[in-house]
Design a protein around this ligand. Sequence first.
Ligand code: AMP
Ligand code: MG
Length: 373
Amino acid sequence: MNEPLLPLDEALAMLRAAIPLKGLARITADRDDPALDRSAMDGAALRSMDGIAPRTILGTLFAGDDPSTFHIGPGEAVRIMTGAVVPGGADAVVPVEELRIEGNQLFLLRLPKLGEAIRVRGSQAKEGEAILPEGSPSTAARTGLAAQVGLNPELFRRVQVGIASTGDELVGTPLPHQIRDSNGPMLTALAHRLGADAQKLPSLPDDPESLLDRFSNLGDIRVLITSGGVSMGEKDYLPMVLKELGANILFHKIRLKPGKPMLAALLGDRVILGLPGNPQSAYLNALLFLPLVLSRLEGCPEPDPWHRGFLTEAVKNRGERPLLLPCTLQEGRLTPVRSKGSGDLIALAKADACAWIPEGGMEAGETRYIQVI
Ligand code: AMP
Ligand code: MG
């Protein structure tokens, strides 16, 4: 009874440590950024020292134009668009809103300021400058940056996630002693909500051969989520089959209610999340563990699923595990939904969030919660 169960945060840390983060290559500036002085505005490039005097317009420079066709002398200006290179001789860009143009004459509505609206060469990075170290998690912004410095940007690709329910009791049209598979559709929808490239696989019966066959034929699937078959039942074959296949079982059983029988394993370069069959357990463990797995395999920053809220009433928790309790959520206020425990999908479906109730329970007050999505 007194087996020390693995706390949730430690289980998450173990999983994080076991899956190498697929980070980015080192990013270095391949040239000065900007490579030349560029205009930050649509306006006119001119000499600030000529003051308020009208200017003669020599022509127009657009982004991408070669600026060497113009050189700004005293009393001259060039119309210039954002991103175009500031021509020689000019030291300011006056925005179009602050000037008036009549024919080829330009009148300023105010004095130009030296250096205004110019992005100076190398002001963002100098050629050869290290911008991001190797192994950084990928963000869309970093993909853009890789392209900017001439690296072949690795376009973001999702890993494939498969979801398989287990249980002899799962059938399409249940007799009274059977049930429908609710975990399969629920977990597939949840994985989609988390942005995963997920597909529901056929449910599996409780026999070792079927499990063995499933685990041995995963094709492109990098993450397999199962539900059921990881508890103490006599037909809970999943841990045994994984061991037989030489999987590295990272943990089996965590200190969480619901969700204690949770199992995580590495099978080659695949990740197996063996969720307990009870719907609340399966849902919450998927919500807690899948984002971490995806962020590691896909090389992205790990999202933090926790928020802070206010529990509106005292809650008992006699067990020796922290409880995730289905609650409604209104303006940060968490009110418990009547729940019959881990098998109660109705309570979970009515809930907006699950509140963290520490061992021993708590009075009304602040706690963390995870949103039901
Ligand atoms: P297990 O973890 O396999 O012992 O299952 C625990 C409980 O969850 C049992 O009451 C199962 O019938 C139920 N259960 C397992 N898988 C599913 C599923 N896919 N959909 C709904 N209930 C399930
Ligand atoms: Mg089962």
